[in-house]
Design a protein around this ligand. Structure first.
Ligand code: G3P
Ligand code: MG
Length: 355
């Protein structure tokens, strides 16, 4: 199966609109498709040849696996072809920090494969907080009560133990949701208040980055679940009680305007990389794809809709009722341009409007 756009017959036929889909609460709940998402996405492909006819991306604050792996998972869940470049996760912008921390020891926190994610971005000296914590005996005083941990240290960790303990951690990245808040808060406080050398004296805090700051998100359970923003609040509250200066951190992900600007760039590149021979050299050099409208389909008013509204033209926000937002009318504080029940209804509206 070809993994590209259907070739437009002339450059003027290139789509002048694109779509960004939130994942949790719009496309999936847990691992299950919702709101007719496979059917809705299927309509964005050319039936006869199975290639994309409408440029779209997934714009999620979630993550924990590399974009290439997430694209394959989504393909299985949704039954359509998905390029890695169509998957923008909360941690995707961490790539921008490779130059600064390329060879420095950094720690990656969260579910899934946080260290693999960072290595794929080009960070050369990254350890997951699991591996890092296991270099320090008893750093987590509760470890033997935690039935999911074996306490066994791999040979690989044993060999790097002494060098890791003596190297300063230069930055910590919260890539995805922390699995073990008590251990991660403890170890992060150790790293952050000692300038990156747990067990040593108080020193300047190394940089701390979060992939997103969602207080809550929609998973399988009927009411919202605590997200990375909740973990950040817990860590920050504790850190600020035990350290003389307040926690400094940077959060990426929606609703930051830069995320929406980047999505626009990715959508433009998606159109450009697809139309190989037909598009004139001028178009390619100029990169002059202009979108009349970009649709953000999300379920969380204070994240997806706030972000699209802040980003301004050409973003148009569509709020679904399949996730965090469950109201009858529009949201009071962050009203969307359109409220629909499901993602299928959203795609229906977009295709009708774009004719
Ligand atoms: O952990 C995932 C959550 O933060 C939100 O994901 O797809 O709704 O942006 P999403
Ligand atoms: Mg969501």
């Amino acid at each position: 199966i070809s993994r590209s756009f259907s070739r437009p017959r002339s450059s003027s036929e290139r789509p002048s609109f694109g779509v960004a889909f939130d994942i949790d609460g719009v496309i999936l709940r847990g691992n299950a498709p919702i709101g007719g998402s496979p059917r809705a996405l299927g309509r964005l492909y050319d039936d006869s040849i199975g290639t994309l006819k409408v440029p779209y991306v997934f714009l999620t604050n979630g993550g924990g696996v590399p974009e290439s792996k997430r694209a394959l998972e989504l393909e299985k869940q949704l039954g359509v072809n998905i390029l890695s470049s169509q998957v923008i996760q909360g941690h995707t912008p961490f790539k921008q920090l490779v130059k600064r921390f390329e060879k420095e020891l950094i720690i990656a926190v969260g579910k899934g494969e946080p260290a693999v994610v960072m290595s794929e971005y080009g960070f050369k000296n990254v350890l997951s907080i699991d591996d890092y914590a296991s270099c320090f005996d008893n750093i987590d005083p509760l470890w033997h009560f935690k039935k999911w941990t074996t306490g066994n240290v791999s040979d690989q960790i044993n060999t790097i133990r002494s060098s890791v303990c003596s190297q300063r951690v230069q930055a910590a990245f919260v890539v995805s949701d922390s699995i073990d808040w008590s251990r991660d808060i403890q170890v992060l406080c150790d790293i952050l208040r000692t300038g990156g050398l747990p067990g040593s004296k108080i020193a300047h805090q190394p940089p701390l980055y979060f992939a997103s700051d969602d207080l809550e998100y929609q998973a399988v359970f009927p009411s919202e679940r605590l997200g990375m923003g909740a973990f950040r609040i817990a860590l920050e509250s504790i850190f600020n009680r035990i350290h003389p200066s307040a926690l400094e951190y940077t959060s990426f992900g929606k609703p930051n305007t830069s995320v929406f600007r980047n999505a626009e760039t990715v959508l433009r590149e998606l159109v450009h990389s697809s139309s190989d021979t037909i598009q004139s050299a001028n178009d390619k050099i100029g990169g002059n794809q202009v979108f009349r409208t970009l649709y953000m389909v999300g379920d969380n008013p204070s994240v997806d809709i706030k972000g699209a509204r802040q980003a301004g033209h050409p973003w148009f926000s569509i709020l679904t009722r399949t996730g965090v937002f469950k109201g009858k009318e529009n949201h009071d504080e962050y009203p969307a341009d359109l409220v629909v029940d499901t993602v299928e209804e959203a795609v229906d509206y977009i295709l009708r409007k774009e004719g």
